[in-house]
Design a protein. Structure first.
Length: 69
């Protein structure tokens, strides 16, 4: 196997920051869902909960940061 990097440094950095942003937005959405739904689950709270939950399932390999062995 070759020891060449899969991505250029700039592309890897861009994808890492995208991954970090998705995780951060997911956490913010979860906290917002809890805040909005204090008195009962609303449509907005449910949507925020779904977005936050989906954001937490994103993995580095989904953005091409790692490869499977």
């Amino acid at each position: 196997m070759s020891d060449d990097p899969i991505l250029t440094r700039a592309e890897a950095q861009k994808r890492f920051f995208l991954y970090f942003a998705v995780k951060l937005v997911g956490l913010i959405a979860l906290f917002a869902a809890v805040f909005v739904s204090r008195n009962g689950l609303t449509l907005l709270g449910g949507v925020l909960l779904a977005i936050g939950g989906a954001g937490l399932f994103v993995r580095p390999r989904h953005l091409g940061l790692t490869t499977r062995k």
